[in-house]
Design a binder for this molecule. Sequence first.
Ligand code: KIV
Length: 286
Amino acid sequence: MAAGFEEAKVTVPAVLAAKGERKLAMVTAYDFTFARLADRAGADLLLVGDSLGMVVQGCETTLGVTMDEMVYHTRMVARGRTRALVIGDMPFLSYQVSTSEAVANAGRFIKEGGAEAVKLEGGVHVADTVKRLSDIDVPVMGHIGLTPQSVHRMGGHKVQGRRPGHGAGGRDRLFEDARALEEAGAFAIVIEGVPADLAAEISRSLSIPTIGIGAGPACDGQVLVLHDLLGLEDRIAPKFVRRYAELGRAAVDAIGQYVADVREGSFPAREHSFSSPRPVARIKEA
Ligand code: KIV
């Protein structure tokens, strides 16, 4: 556990209580190994993001990710955490078709995946679904602004809230979305890819925490995609990412050294090899 972090298990009430008291640190995680590392490092929230479609599966968008894939990854992440709150990200069309499908799919994250909450994208249009899930005690994190499942409507992964108006992506609409989610019972809201001043205003106007990504420093917490912050991604990182390590380069160097050692015969060495038992001393015949 990193110095200065509380050891107590992060719960939904603890996330709510953090508003105005301390900043929340969330990272994505997609498997046991990285979940365990992030949990040990003191991350408060582990998001099993549908970004795994891009980061782990190598797709252009998140749209093809399935419920089965999300549940599979969530289960691995849940096994790796002891303290952090695990949130399963509901993939495209797992909650938009009907409220009953949303309930069934959210239930899978909890029952099969071991998540403690779910996240879904949208505001006013998903408020009924958020209310239904919250009413049956499935904690919901909202997600507004640059919502990657709306990539085709947005014409790419583009910053939202730069123009006024009540239409999708408009500044006024983002306030309405945030308010609708809070009223519906969401316990927190991710604000992605919006101007910092707008995210600050929205954060101030809510009693639940906001978690920013590309939304400036005034949100109540921050989230980054783990592969971005660890420098595991080849693509040029978006402006809002700080790379805290260059693990991609370190991995290529390490694997390259292994390849060279195998080729020149210096690996495996004696210490990596097993020996046969010593020959049994021949018993002299009397
Ligand atoms: O899928 C994801 O990783 C996300 C975060 C970037 C917020 O939604």
